[in-house]
Design a protein around this ligand. Sequence first.
Ligand SMILES: NC(=O)c1ccc[n+]([C@@H]2O[C@H](COP(=O)([O-])OP(=O)(O)OC[C@H]3O[C@@H](n4cnc5c(N)ncnc54)[C@H](OP(=O)(O)O)[C@@H]3O)[C@@H](O)[C@H]2O)c1
Length: 320
Amino acid sequence: MQAFTCDRYGNADRLVLQEVPTPTPRPKEILVRVKAVSVNSWDWDIISGAPVMRIVGPFRPAYKTLGADLSGIVEKIGSAVSDFKIGDEVFGDVSDSGWGGFAEYVTGKAEDFAKKPKQLSFEDAACLPQAGLLGYQGVRTFGQVKPGDKVLINGAGGGAGMFACQIAKLDGAEVTGIDSANKFDAMRSFGADHVYDYKQVDYTKLEQKFDVIIDAVANKFPKAYRRALTPTGTFVMMGGKITSILSILLASRKNTEDGQKFKILMWNVNQADLNDLAQLVINQKIRVHIDKTFPFEQTADALQSIGDQNARGKVVIKVS
Ligand SMILES: NC(=O)c1ccc[n+]([C@@H]2O[C@H](COP(=O)([O-])OP(=O)(O)OC[C@H]3O[C@@H](n4cnc5c(N)ncnc54)[C@H](OP(=O)(O)O)[C@@H]3O)[C@@H](O)[C@H]2O)c1
């Protein structure tokens, strides 16, 4: 099969299209013929050698073939798989199965996939398992947003932020989105009531206090976030610096039922949430905003567009 591989850190031009053996599913895995794969900031962090990625791959990218968030058709099933059959249309995430989505075929744990409803396109479905679930679980599982809550989303113009904004709005919140000024229109189209440019405004110094803050790029210490939260507000760290993870983890030890709470979003791919998200899209409660769909041969351009921070929505690669 054809796959894009990379064995050195750098830009997306490190990707090489190669003929490699088609993988064989382990007992609890399925082999999927990839139809579409979306690109996430995580793919870029791996190839560019972000500090956190150097822990698992000190000298070269930890995974030879990137791409985790995808949709496709089941081609083979492992001996212990009972909930899928050959020919099923599926969508899921293979980041816990060794990556490999920038390829014609990929294997992944069956439990990290769900059946794709016919009404959902392969391209939209490929955006849901990672970016979609991060936004969904940030708002519902961790933020527990209620109608009337004032919710701030930092990084609201990005892949996961796009879903978090829409779901918070759907759940009745007043939404403030923070991102760069060139994403103001995008954030408004995702449902943000108020928008600020992170290069101009430090949200932790706004007068307004928030019931829930979901931060995709946390880079401050808890003291600053406490200032921006209501007395019983919740801070959800979706992504950010290693130092922030450690300090948020420490702050979370002081969480109380009637006080401020700090949580680290432990993203969890599961079929119930994938099915729920798919229904939200099918019922037009939320929309997948795709910035551009690239053909498979242009996978490196798709990845580079994420690295260059040019995308206004999701970037998708149509593999077959
Ligand atoms: N918790 C988990 O289990 C888990 C799992 C997977 C991924 N993640 C993390 O989730 C986060 C979100 O991923 P994503 O795919 O949505 O990333 P993304 O598409 O790159 O979105 C991030 C957004 O934040 C903006 N931004 C950059 N610096 C900012 C700042 N200082 N303040 C406010 N906004 C800023 C970026 O805009 P610019 O164009 O200006 O850069 C971009 O629009 C990432 O940190 C990723 O590592 C977490």
